[in-house]
Structure formats: C-alpha cells, structure tokens
Design a protein around this ligand. Sequence first.
Ligand code: PEP
Ligand code: MG
Length: 558
Amino acid sequence: MERIVAEKTFSKGIAIEKAYTVQAVDLTCEKYTISKDEVSREIAEFEAAVEKVNKDLSELALTDAIFEGHLAIVNDFSFADGVKTRISELTNVQTAISETVEEVESEFEKMDDEYIRERAADVADVGNRLLAVLQNKSLNKFASIRDPVIVVADDLAPSDMAMLDLNKVKGFITERGGVTSHVCIMSHNMGVPALVGVQGILKKVTSGDLVAMDAFSGEILVNPDEKAVKEMLAKKQMEENRTAVLKEKAALPAVSVDGHQVKVYANVGNLEDVDRVLKFSAEGVGLFRSEFIFMENDHFPSEEEQFEIYRQAVTRLNRELIIRTLDIGADKKLSYYQFPQEGNPYLGWRAVRVCLDKKDMFKAQLRALLRASAFGTIKVMVPMIISCEELDQVNALMEICKAELSRENKEFNPELSVGVMIETPAAVLCADLLAQRADFFSIGTNDLTQYVLAVDRGNEAISSLYNSFHPAVLRAVAQVIKAGHQAGIEVGMCGEFAGNPKATEILLGLGLDEFSMAASETPVIKDIVRNLDYKKAVQKAERVLNCFTVKEVTDILN
Ligand code: PEP
Ligand code: MG
C-alpha cells in the first residue's frame, strides 16, 4: 500500500475503485522502406482503411453535415494520389498517410480564407482516423472504461470531461491543474471527488490498481490493505449520512436568523446536471455553462439543437435559469474547431470576443435562447465583458434576433434579461457604468481572482497565490455589489467562491443577492445562512474590507 497526500482539495468526496490511467492515443508510426513487391499490398491496406473511414464518416454525416467536409477529404482524388505516389516510391503506408496529411495541412494553413484554414483540422482528423484503423486503435481514450473507475491522468481538458460516462467515473486524480481549473469545477458540479496537481501520481498508479481517495483530507491510498479499505468505507458512510441530514432541510429557504433572505442557486453544464439541481432542491440555476453543449458535440450545435436543450432545461427545472452565452477559448477547446495558437490564451480570443467575431454562430445561440425564453424564466448572461461597447454589441444583436423572430412569428420573451458576468478588472472598474445597461450582474470569481491577482487559475506551481480571500479580490467584489445595488440591479456570484462555506458570512454581509454553486453544495450553504445574523455579517464584512493580509481576513472569518 502506498499513501500520497494531495495538498489542495476542492471537489470533495470519497471513492474507492480501480484506477483507469489515461494515456493519449499514440498514433506515431515508424518510417521504413518497403520492397517493390509490397507496394500493391500497402496500397490495398490504404484503400481498405479509406473504405472503413468512409463508412464511419458517412454514418456521422447523416446526422451532422460537418462530416461532409471530412468525407470530401477522405475521398479526394489528390489526397489519395499523394498517399499512393509515396507508397509507389517505397514509403510504408502509415508514413505515406502522415506525410500527405502534413503536406495538405500546411497548404490549408497558408490560405487567407479563414474557412479553408480551419479545414486543416479536418485533414488532421481524417489522417488520425486512417492511422487508427491501420493500427487497430480506438480514438476515444475513454472507450475501454466498462466498470466504475477512478480516472488518473496527467491533465484533462474540459472537452475530455464532456466525453466521459459519469455513471462510470467515481473520481478524478490529475498530475496537473489548480483547484479552480475546469476539471475541478466540472467534477464538483457533477458531484464527483477530484484531486488535482498531484505530481508523480502516474508513476505510482497503473490501470487496475485499487485506489482509495479521500478528497476531504487529500489522502490517496494505492492498493490499500483490508483495514484501510474498511476505514475509508466508514468515512464514506459518515459523509453520506451527513449529506442525508442536510438534504432533509434542503428545501427550506436561506433566511438568516434576523430575516434577511438570499437566493441559493446551482451551476450546471447539461441536462443531467439540471436533474441534480432538483435533487438538491436548489432554488434555480445561476450559471448554465452553455459551452458544454458545444464541447460535448462534434460540430457547432445548430439553433434548433440548442433551442431543444434550453427548452427542456427550463421546462424540467420550472424555476429561474440563467444561461451563460458561449465561453470557449483558453482551456476550453472544441474538437471540431481549430483555435489560433496564442502566447497567452487566458488573455486571448475567448468568450464574448469569439462570439462577437463569429456573429452567425452567436446569433444561432441568441435566437435559440430567445425562443426557449417562451417556455419559462430564462435570463442570459455574457462572460468576459470588458467594456460597455461589448455589452452594446450583444444587445444590438439580441434586438436583430428579436426582429427576425417576430417576422417569422416565433414566440419569445421580449423582456428577456441580459446580465453581465463580472470577471475582469475592467468590468469591476466600470461596474457603475455597466450596471446602467445590464439587467443583472453575476460575479465570476474564478476568473476574477486570476485576473485581479495575475495568477493563472490552472497553474499548480503558483496555486498558493491563487486566493479569493485576497483583500484585492474582496474589495473588487464589494465594489461590484455596491455598484449593482446603486443602479437597482441584483448581484449574484457563480464563481466557486460562492459555494465556499468560509466565505458565506462575508458575502452575505457584503449584500450578495444570489449565491450559485455546485448543486450538492447548496444545502450546506443554505444551512449556514440560516444560522447567521445578517447585521453581524455586515459588520464583519466592514472589518474584513479593512484587512491588510489574507491571514487577517481568514482569522476574522474563522
Ligand atoms: C468564473 O470565472 O468564475 C466562472 C464562473 O466561469 P468559468 O469558471 O467557467 O470560467
Ligand atoms: Mg469565467
């Protein structure tokens, strides 16, 4: 048995399962010279692979037009010619494919036309599909998960998480990532324990090892003995009992002892999460990360596809649903879209910047949201806003969509609220201005903390500096709440800080109207609010805002 202790914990819980270590699918192939006699056999292998990939892609293209582009490539005469010529020059088939793909890719990448440049990713995808067939490998690195497992990986991208079958994944352990990395946040929302930044774990665990993880204390046991398993199971049972007690009171409102009520909402990423909101009696959804719909897909979801999801979400929920417009870029990539290489992706082309550049895509989302708003209380909020101009542009597009829908006789809520996520220092400093044009604010402390402190939220090497209790972050939060209230709008928070029990009192005292967090956390936060005195919380918040250091802040709050 080996014992490892992770320093930082965030998505809590206990799991005991076999490990599933994730390896990237390695499709590298060795270059070698074939004999003249082997040429026809290698060409036949290529043609058989083309046939197989052609069949797979044709099936995909039936439901998704994007694969027609892939099909065109795999059936392209000059592509096949490039591969066959190389084989005839005595290069083995796999290398012939790789080299032809590289050549076509680099030609596409040189094009001025953005659309053609983006097709380079399709060429690479077709190449990978052909190589996977020839090497008899699956491209889905999670395909072989059949039974419950704890996934152990170097790092996981949000798009990886979107591909996982959560009925089977009982825990995550990664070598990289900070506690507000998206892997951690997403597992938290899904109610799955996660430990990130556990360096060296892949050297200590191999697939099939029994792993016991306690994401409360950070303890990981590899191949634990019987006694240790028993102890871990007992802790798990205790935790389940505690959750059951809180769940009994979950439906009660969050009203402080002196009568101050706040809303306690949940964060979601898909329709399954919506069911968790109901299970934990959260009062609404403060953040629907709509990018999950995009990441779970293999094409940009159409207006119709999005409309159906938003409509189902609000109907099933039957309570307020705040949907965030697409927030891709930085670490949130799409398998079917090539993002530009950026030196500083978190300061780069992401969120509303992408949406305002790709207006057709954005309009499809806004139209879908508007149409779904006819079925329940939907509000829309926009991420990464840095200026009133951006908000004006979003509102102008919204008006265009409304006019189109009216002409088409499609129903929507003409009063649909459009709010702003406050997650950049620019938005904090302009909060009084934005508040005059926004219908509500929601503070995204995950990004706000990283941008205010200039500390990358996903970098475990500097994770000790990433702290939302830093006086600068707390002052930013206070300023935003004040600006929102002066303009008469509600201020919520959907960053992870809203679900941190140690922060509840100060956030209550600062006047936060709505707290949004992982669904499983909502009964805990409601219970804390019900035991707090609002007037005392206000006084404490005032004291905290005068603190010089994080330690002074946490000493007061503890
Ligand atoms: C945030 O930044 O606080 C937030 C809620 O958005 P995300 O974590 O998805 O960036
Ligand atoms: Mg954010």
